[in-house]
Design a protein around this ligand. Structure first.
Ligand code: C2E
Ligand code: CA
Ligand code: CA
Ligand code: CA
Length: 276
């Protein structure tokens, strides 16, 4: 039977209500989950093409929900951001990532995603990181903080001052998801960052069009001129790898080498061992 306008409307509002109730339930569960220890970090190795070894790993947050199963960060991170819980969760991630890295070879760094809201005025991210560095004794250069351009939209001067303070501690800063936003090149030159990470949407185009390949060329040249490290993420195919290996790239990350994995599984993948 064909739906009339009214039925359509009822179905529509029902869908919104369910979504909303789901959101409220999730928020409560998010609070409890932090307390109950349902969060876990997985790690994806980042390979240095020169040495053929993993010299870094990116920490990726996982929520092992007792009933819903594994929930993707794409679902719960936006929720944690809206509710402000991301500052608590984000500090936990930083501490846990550093704790894990302490059991790795000293040549291997850890990269941690940090949300825009962790730079809010009411949250002292520099103090959090400083305390964690001091308590753990980890060499600060082993920690990289990944930000996206979205962090810089609301109050760029404030965020830049936080980044400058973090770098003064010896921590490295990476600009994540590069190539998806509106980064003007002049703006890139003035950001206090050490690394750019090329987004996987961009990586997917490599090897399929001359245009994408020549853009890769331009980005590699730019990174070189600005003395920034370059990491390419989301590398899945041999074709992409072939294009990437023509350039001076410092890190390659993607399913072609390894998926994100537990801290335990990561251990034999990092350090001196050569990637296959
Ligand atoms: P991201 O920072 O851009 O992380 C890369 C995402 O791409 C990860 O998804 C990773 O599993 C996935 N990936 C890695 N290699 C490949 C590949 O070769 N192909 C494809 N198709 N995907 C690949 P994941 O783990 O689901 O995380 C999604 C996003 O959630 C992250 O994107 C990041 O924005 C956010 N996120 C994850 N953990 C945290 C965290 O601790 N804090 C914050 N604030 N955000 C986080
Ligand atoms: Ca990232
Ligand atoms: Ca990314
Ligand atoms: Ca992303």
């Amino acid at each position: 039977a064909k739906l009339d306008g009214r039925n359509r409307f009822v179905m529509y509002t029902d869908a919104i209500r369910n979504e909303h109730e789901d959101g409220v339930a999730l928020e409560t569960e998010l609070r409890d989950a932090i307390r109950r220890g349902e969060f876990e970090l997985h790690f994806q190795p980042i390979y240095n093409p020169r040495s053929g070894t993993a010299t870094m790993a990116e920490a990726l947050l996982r929520w092992q929900h007792p009933r819903r199963g594994m929930i993707s960060p794409a679902v719960f991170i936006p929720l944690a951001e809206r509710t402000g819980l991301i500052t608590v969760l984000g500090s936990w991630v930083l501490g846990e990532a550093i704790r894990s890295a302490l059991s790795w070879p000293r040549s291997v760094g850890v990269s941690v995603n940090v949300s825009a809201r962790q730079f809010d005025h009411g949250h002292d991210i520099v103090g959090v990181v400083e305390a964690l560095l001091r308590m753990s004794g980890i060499e600060p250069h082993r920690l990289t903080i990944e930000i996206t351009e979205s962090s810089l939209i609301d109050d760029p001067d404030h965020v830049v001052s936080r980044l400058v303070a973090l770098r003064a501690l010896g921590v490295r800063i990476a600009l994540d998801d590069f190539g998806t936003g509106y980064s003007s090149l002049s703006y890139l030159a003035h950001l206090p960052i050490d690394t750019i990470k090329i987004d996987q949407a961009f990586t997917q185009e490599l090897g399929t069009s001359r245009k994408a390949d020549s853009l890769m060329n331009a980005i590699a040249q730019l990174a070189h001129d600005l003395k920034l490290r370059l990491i390419v993420e989301g590398v899945e195919t041999q074709e992409q790898l072939t294009v990437i290996e023509k350039h001076a790239v410092h890190g390659i990350q993607g399913y072609i080498f390894a998926q994100p994995m537990t801290a335990e599984d990561l251990l034999p993948m990092i350090g001196d061992r050569v990637a296959t």
